[in-house]
Design a protein around this ligand. Structure first.
Ligand code: PGA
Length: 251
């Protein structure tokens, strides 16, 4: 059966000192509660090694925010899948809307990244979601379907044990505006239906589908209570141990 997951995406926040402090706060907070879900944090790449060390022995897993599609070579400033594995990182976020918008990541590049990540035994949190104009023009289902079909729905079924989906409507990211629990459920059911149509019911029931976009302690429980919502990818609220723990305990 699929797992519930709460994953924090720290984006370009927290230097080394702040990373250590936030992990410490989080460990203390999590000791007082029982987490009924997987818990991940995604510090910036320069702090991954120290984050892996600091979370050792705790329930917190560490994921990366990005990686390059090539295995190695002349790609100044980039980080490879093998480098992530080597420092103990087992999961990578790919396809985040900020990567798509600011760094030109398209379906072709994401297919390469997904392939490389899988070849290196990394779990992938694959992000996708429509723009506000897509939703306003009632095109959101088409956009999501093509984002999935062009990349992850083209994979072999065996790859899916390492795939987590994260539906993140771009209009809800960092805006304070959240999809309503009904809007999230409607889209998540649609997504699970696409996976089922391609791979069958068992695989579709086993894939975790996270919602992302202004999830806070105050709205997490209602969103997570929906049948096809298996957790969240959390930006802003993951930068505060109390808020992040409040979201984790929504399960
Ligand atoms: P947010 O970000 O929670 O700050 O809206 C979510 C994300 O970008 O993953």
């Amino acid at each position: 059966m699929r797992k519930n997951i709460v994953a924090g995406n720290w984006k370009m926040n927290n230097n080394a000192t702040q990373t250590k402090a936030l992990i410490n706060d989080l460990k203390v907070a999590l000791e007082k509660v029982s987490a009924n879900c997987r818990v991940l944090i995604s510090p910036t790449s320069i702090n991954l090694t120290s984050a892996v060390a600091a979370t050792k022995g705790s329930v917190i897993e560490v994921s990366a925010q990005n990686m390059h599609q090539a295995t190695s070579g002349a790609y100044t400033g980039e980080i490879s899948a093998n480098m992530l594995q080597d420092v103990g990182v087992k999961t990578v976020i790919l396809g985040h809307s900020e990567r798509r918008t600011f760094f030109g990541e398209d379906d072709t590049m994401l297919t390469e990244k997904v392939t490389t990540a899988l070849e290196n035994n990394l779990e992938i949190i694959f992000c996708f979601g429509e723009l506000l104009e897509d939703r306003k023009s009632d095109n959101h289902f088409n956009v999501v379907e093509s984002q999935l079909k062009n990349v992850v729905l083209a994979l072999n079924a065996s790859a899916w044990k390492n795939i987590v989906l994260a539906y993140e409507p771009v209009w809800a990211i960092g805006t304070g505006e959240t999809a309503s629990p009904e809007q999230a459920q409607e889209m998540h059911a649609f997504i699970r239906g696409l996976v089922e149509a391609t791979y069958g019911k068992t695989l579709a029931n086993n894939v975790s589908i996270l919602y992302g976009g202004s999830v806070k302690p105050a709205n997490a429980q209602e969103i997570f209570s929906k049948q096809d919502v298996d957790g969240g990818l959390i930006g802003g609220a993951s930068l505060n141990a109390t808020d992040f723990t409040g979201i984790i305990t929504a399960f």
